[in-house]
Design a protein around this ligand. Structure first.
Ligand code: PHE
Length: 357
């Protein structure tokens, strides 16, 4: 860097060295510069070697000057090194800085997805909302029932052929009373009416959602553990028209204005007359498709006017009160609403499926 020549004078070396130190842009460059300025082959070393050739007085003067220059350059180097090291550290921190709010798929480990309610729970909540908006309260009942609540009080005495409509999981079979997993939400009707009678709080307008169990082999449209929502109105002067209107209003509110309901005669021991209610097929919108067996309609549940025998079981006077009841599958609603071809997907807990809702 500096030609080592006889002509080089100490003062211009000092000035140039200071300039070079000030101009250094990295600690690495500064390290090389320090060697060039003060190392074994540096001008400073050359000057030192020349000392030996000088006379006593001159040597003393040059010796002191050399020492002063070396000390000065060393402190300049130190200062500059501190400044550059700080700048380099700051730059390194800046470039390596992690933006913790940044998300680039594939770069970072995939963030944990936030969980949400299961589609059946969402459906249950939405159904409750529709009925609450219509003036119903929401009630629940036990999943383990006695024979009386699941069957007897609902006008299905022991050995009644209608028991075949529900394949039942019995927990304990006793002489006078058995316990079982409820096969439908209708027993909650009985609990609700008993409470209303005991507390004198009739009329009653309630929906009762919950889990039900049947000894069925699961298939695309049935589960052994499923969910129903029951509706019950007990009031004065309730007619079949109220029932039909309620079902139609619910259907439009939940499925949309282009989906309608229709009632077809059916049999349930606890309602008379009874009907099955169907809604426009949500897959083909009534055109006819495989899901609705080309009929344009899908069966959702059962309904009817509360049978006087049920009122008698809970001590309600059928001359004063009339009522209607309905019950349908929440899982079936979710299936229709979201076009889920196989209901078993609802209980397999495959997050790739569940994440969609
Ligand atoms: N509980 C009946 C069932 O599960 C449905 C129903 C409820 C029918 C209320 C009429 C009235 O099959």
């Amino acid at each position: 860097m500096w030609a080592v020549s006889e002509t080089l004078d100490l003062e211009s070396f000092r000035a140039e060295a200071r300039q070079s130190i000030a101009a250094a842009t990295s600690t690495e460059g500064l390290r090389e510069l320090a060697t060039a300025l003060m190392g074994k082959r540096s001008p400073l070393a050359l000057f030192s070697r020349q000392l030996g050739t000088l006379g006593e007085a001159e040597r003393k003067v040059l010796g002191q000057t050399l020492h002063a220059v070396r000390t000065e350059l060393e402190s300049e180097l130190d200062e500059r090194r501190t400044v550059l090291a700080e700048a380099e550290l700051a730059a390194e921190l800046e470039s390596g800085k992690l933006d913790l709010t940044e998300f680039r798929p594939g770069m970072l480990p995939s963030p944990q997805g936030r969980g949400h309610l299961h589609v059946v729970t969402q459906t249950r909540d939405e159904l409750e909302d529709v009925f609450v908006a219509m003036g119903f309260t929401v009630a629940e009942g036990p999943e383990v029932e006695t024979d009386w609540y699941n069957f007897g009080a609902l006008n299905i005495p022991p050995a009644h052929p209608a028991r075949g409509m529900w394949d039942t999981f019995y927990l304990e079979v006793g002489e006078s009373e058995s316990t079982l997993l409820r096969t439908h939400t209708s027993p909650v009707q009985i609990h609700q009416m008993e409470v209303a009678v005991a507390t004198g709080t009739l009329p009653l307008h309630a929906v009762m959602p919950g889990r039900c169990y049947r000894r069925d082999t699961p298939d695309a449209r049935h589960l052994a553990v499923f969910h129903q929502i029951e509706g019950l109105v007990v009031d004065r002067g309730i007619t079949f028209a109220d029932l039909a209107g309620t079902i139609e209003a619910f259907t439009a509110a939940y499925f949309g204005p282009d989906i309608h309901s229709r009632l077809r005669p059916a049999y349930f021991p606890f309602t008379e007359p009874s009907a099955e209610f169907e809604i426009t097929c949500t897959i083909c919108h009534g055109q006819g498709c495989r899901t609705c067996s080309q009929t344009g309609w899908i069966e959702l549940g059962g309904c009817g006017m509360v049978d006087p025998a049920v009122f008698a079981a809970v001590g309600i006077d059928p001359d004063e009160w009339t009522g209607f009841a309905f019950g349908f599958g929440i899982d079936r609603c979710a299936q229709m609403r979201h076009q889920i071809s196989d209901m078993r997907a609802l209980i397999e807990n495959d997050v790739r499926f569940l994440r969609q809702f």
